[in-house]
Design a protein around this ligand. Structure first.
Ligand code: MN
Length: 129
């Protein structure tokens, strides 16, 4: 999916830049937001191909932001991957049940993140909603 547009919503500036740089290096275009509110506006206006969503955000958190994306016909079809610092299995299941298409554990592995994103993206396109 090289060249496609990925929106990264992450309040930690260092993590945001790391993910952005890796994805850009692999040929993706990126949009960035540090809050769910800004991210939701970008999603609506720019219609990215995929969204990477931090769970712990100031204001609206990632799970609530996902619900808003899924509630709007304009953004409901966009695959959303959770960026999560929680490593617990119970939490992972909770995120998938909430409607995320996949999750990436933080800290992000720069050697595998682009491939993980591609795999989740392709799987989400094959899965009927
Ligand atoms: Mn965060």
């Amino acid at each position: 999916m090289a060249g496609e547009l990925i929106l990264i919503i992450e309040d930690n500036d260092k993590n945001l830049k790391l993910v952005r740089d890796v994805l850009q290096f692999r040929g993706y275009r990126t949009l960035e937001a540090a809050t769910a509110e800004d991210g939701l506006t970008l999603a609506l206006n720019q219609r990215p191909d995929l969204i990477l969503m931090d769970i712990q955000l100031p204001g609206t958190d990632g799970v609530a932001a996902l619900r808003q994306l899924k509630a709007s016909s304009a953004t409901a079809v966009i695959p959303v991957i959770a960026l999560t610092a929680f490593a617990m299995k119970d939490d992972r299941q909770r995120f998938l049940e909430a409607g995320f298409d996949g999750y990436l554990d933080k800290p992000i592995n720069i050697k595998t993140v682009a491939e993980q994103v591609r795999q989740i993206y392709e799987r989400s396109r094959k899965t009927p909603r």
